[in-house]
Design a protein around this ligand. Sequence first.
Ligand code: NI
Length: 245
Amino acid sequence: MLLHLSTWPEIDARLKQSRTVVIPIGSNEQHGPMGLLGTDWLCPEIIAHAAEKEADILVAPTFNIGMAQHHLGFSGTISLRPSTFMAAIEDWVRSLSRHGFDRIYFLNGHGGNVATIEAAFSQIYSSYSYAAEPCPFILKLKNWWDLPGISRLAAKLYPNGHGSHATPSEIAVTFAAYPDHVKSATMEPQIAPNGPIRDALDYRFRFPDGRIGSDSSLATIEHGKELIAASVKGLIDDLKKFDGE
Ligand code: NI
């Protein structure tokens, strides 16, 4: 069930049988010369929407802008400051909680979001802690690449050149879902450099084409299909555990 394609009476009825909701969350940011700008929100959306076709789960609209200040040196990147992102996450959580959702599962597609999402969770929980009131919901953050079996599959598909940004695995997932938008580019160098992440100008200097440690050109549609199928299975299993908590 997709929340944005449902009516309020349908969500009312849904809440009588399940109070769990999945929010795909990501970022709209550069992904090297052949990765789509939407890669980090498309991946969790693609996986959650495919899982929704196989299992009885409710998926919220995709939270598609995240914390990507370090990518602002590349055209097309849109970023929220950490403080804005935290405030927006809190408002999403409080809106859903108000209706009765008590298990809110964020399926994340951007490593740069992790620290801020975790800080937002702590900020939200702290309001109950200081008031000595029970928190009426539990929050969970899961990166799609940390779903069961995915890191092993990525390591098998890409023993060299997986890297950590504009990775062939995330690009393969988008290519499988959007085959009309497959891009190609010359990788120069073949495997991008590694290094620390700081501000946008420093990032552009260290990683001139945007990639970190990866060879994006290894991505194929077939790999993407395999990664999506494994992620869907992993997500459904992980949600069962979350429901039982
Ligand atoms: Ni990414």
